[in-house]
Design a protein around this ligand. Structure first.
Ligand SMILES: [Zn+2]
Length: 401
């Protein structure tokens, strides 16, 4: 993995935003957040977050020490300064003295200390950024790092690869407890360049935007190099019929089965565009004799859930001349997938105090509204921004992490 830092582009970003009254710190925060967000090996849509500690004035011209941290509903790839809401830092730091703090109180304290009352909710990982002293902090759920730490001996592997350069934080769900544990581990060895969060991801820090970003690239590259030393994954192939039905025959059957029924009588069902992809890795995966097992183990990071849900729908190989049987099987399998998703949602929603909104149950990502360009800084009024923020947070399938 190579650094994409470009001094000219960084300067250009600073100048462009300076004309709109955005500070150099925030402009550089936007620049490297986008660099990270545009590489899918580092960040998938909606995942990861970044922060910068800086100074900013409120509407009464009082200056505060603030942390500008990625807001919920924003994607790192096309973040704008208003996607990094500024929160007063001192009240957040004071929270560290507490023994425990619920997510609700944490979110409330964060909102109460925003400089802009209309800003989006700061990331659920804001306190982790706030409790660390560094000016720039980058966080991703990088594929290579997860490929190491999601293994049974992941913690030992991370210690071997990073050899004291990164603090290793045990698995704790994001929130206050994780933020406190991460800060304590950093303080045990303040010479570390970042933190590896077991079964979660990686944080890197720096005095400058470039330092934090290039440490991320270097640390993820070390994980990639270690993965190359391992055995390549080979799935044992199973026996398949000599001939399979054509994609052109199979696709309409699947497309019909996963369509959303019409909302009103006489209306049209919502149909989805399908793509067919294949290649050596995909064939090795789908033709494995243990596909039914490993395909249902769940995704490596919640970022994937937005695109694929937690597990895929697995269908039998379609044999030519037996497509009616295949179609019946697809219908049943889709129904079973929906039922399982509903049961899973019901169970988890009950645990969350019935506060969640269910997306459609089918084997596909959430229905997405067409992507709009983020609002430009100069052309936005508060009312419009609030409406925009509401629509952005409605469109988000999970809380920003
Ligand atoms: Zn995270």
């Amino acid at each position: 993995m190579q650094s994409k830092w470009n001094e000219l582009r960084a300067r250009d970003t600073i100048e462009t935003y300076a004309e709109k009254g955005v500070s150099e710190d925030l402009a550089l925060r936007v620049y490297t957040t986008r660099l990270l967000g545009r590489d899918p090996l580092l960040v998938l849509h909606g995942g990861g977050n970044t922060s910068v500690k800086t100074r900013a004035k409120d509407d009464l011209s009082n200056e505060h020490e603030v942390i500008a941290v990625k807001g919920s509903g924003w994607d790192m790839a096309d973040i704008e300064p208003q996607g990094l809401p500024a929160v007063k830092l001192e009240p957040l730091r004071k929270l560290r003295a507490r023994d425990a703090l619920s997510d609700e109180v944490m979110v409330n304290v964060q909102r109460l200390n925003l400089l802009d009352a209309g800003a989006p909710n700061p990331s659920v990982e804001t306190l982790l950024h706030a409790f660390l002293p560094h000016k720039f902090i980058d966080h991703t759920h990088a594929a290579a790092v997860l490929s190491l730490v999601d293994q049974p001996d992941g913690e030992a592997l991370a210690r071997e690869v990073y050899d004291g350069r990164m603090g290793i934080v045990p698995y704790i769900a994001p929130g206050f407890g994780l933020a406190k544990a991460a800060a304590e581990i950093y303080e045990q060895n303040s010479g570390v360049e970042g933190l590896i969060l077991h079964k979660h991801g990686i944080f890197t820090f720096g005095a400058t935007a470039r330092e934090a970003y290039e440490r991320m690239i270097e640390m993820v590259s070390l994980a990639e190099a270690r993965l190359r030393q391992g055995r390549p994954v080979v799935f044992q192939p199973r026996d398949l019929a000599a001939e399979l039905a054509e994609v052109a025959e199979v696709a309409p059957i699947i497309r019909g089965a996963v369509a959303l029924p019409a909302e009103k009588q006489g209306g049209e069902p919502t149909r989805f565009v399908m793509t067919f992809r294949t290649g050596p890795e995909i064939l090795s995966y789908v033709n494995g004799s243990e596909l039914a097992d490993y395909s249902q183990r769940g995704v490596v990071t919640p970022d994937h859930i937005i695109r694929t849900k937690n597990t895929p729908l697995v269908l039998p190989p379609p044999e030519p001349g037996k497509l009616e049987d295949f179609a019946r099987h697809v219908q049943d399998a889709v129904q079973e997938f929906n039922d399982r998703y509903d049961a899973y949602f019901g169970r988890e929603n009950e645990r969350a105090g019935n506060t969640k909104t269910k997306l459609d149950s089918g084997p596909r990502p959430r229905k997405r509204s067409p992507r709009k360009a983020p609002p430009s800084l100069s052309s936005i009024s508060m009312g419009r921004w609030r409406r925009r923020r509401r629509s952005l947070s409605r469109g988000s399938a999970s809380k920003a992490t």
